[in-house]
Design a protein around this ligand. Structure first.
Ligand code: ADP
Ligand code: NI
Length: 225
């Protein structure tokens, strides 16, 4: 599905302006939440939408804007990204209903701990959440986890500290654990939290790659290889 085929010229213009706005807003971001993350999520979400359906304009705009002000870097404020997205989208000729739909996706998208459900109401929301979660696993997911850990002063690993299955968002948000624990607290759980069959298929390989990485990591940690 080519964007030029599915969107009107006005919509293509809005998408291009939004891309530039996101790039400017995320400039200097070094924790794996940069413009390239937004672009990968956009590309993956479109790939999923081509197979599963969904309104491409909603999918593209939600994907591009979903991390515009992530709660992880804004005092845990879960509403800021959707509020900024609403401000941005209100400048354009877009139906109020579409703006609310996009902002609702952005408000709900984030992982909040293994014991916290993150329901998505619409197909478009499920697609963008799947695409965002696919970017948190596999080779890129591993790279992003350690980039995030480094930027947030988290150790690579500490065998004395076991992973925790967080029952609520506050506990997840306040955790300061090492990055290897993050695999057990989030990354390895994502495979079973995908909505669409397309994402489930892609997640399987990426999950496998993370398991291989961890096996190798522990071997090297023990000086066995
Ligand atoms: P979400 O909103 O679901 O957290 P993001 O697009 O913000 O999704 O991606 C989160 C990224 O941040 C993940 O790739 C993950 O590796 C990284 N991350 C978040 N919390 C941690 C953590 N405690 N340790 C290491 N990486 C983390
Ligand atoms: Ni994201």
């Amino acid at each position: 599905m080519k964007k030029s085929q599915i969107c009107t010229p006005e919509e293509v213009h809005l998408i291009e302006k939004t891309r530039a706005y996101v790039e400017e807003s995320l400039r200097g971001e070094t924790t794996g939440h940069d413009i390239h993350h937004a672009l990968r999520v956009e590309k993956m979400a479109l790939h999923i939408a081509a197979k599963e359906g969904g309104n491409p304009l909603i999918v593209i705009l939600a994907a591009l804007l979903h991390d515009i002000a992530d709660w992880k870097f804004h005092d845990g404020n879960i509403k800021l990204s959707s509020r900024l997205a609403e401000d941005w989208l209100s400048k354009w000729k877009l139906p109020k209903k579409s703006i609310c739909h996009i902002c609702d996706i952005i408000y709900r998208i984030s992982y909040k701990g293994s014991g916290v459900a993150t329901p998505m109401k619409t197909l478009e929301g499920k697609i963008v959440q799947d695409a965002d979660r696919l970017d948190a696993i596999g080779a890129i997911g591993i790279a992003r986890a350690f980039a995030y850990g480094g930027a947030n002063s988290r150790p690579l690993y500490d065998p004395s500290e076991s992973p925790v299955q967080h029952k609520n968002f506050t506990a997840y948000k306040n955790s300061k654990s090492h990055t290897i624990n993050h695999f057990y607290e989030k990354l390895l759980l994502l495979k079973n939290r995908m909505w669409t069959d397309t994402a489930k298929n892609i997640a399987r390989n990426r999950h496998c790659f993370m398991e291989k990485f961890l096996k190798e990591f522990y071997r090297e940690w023990e000086g066995k290889k």
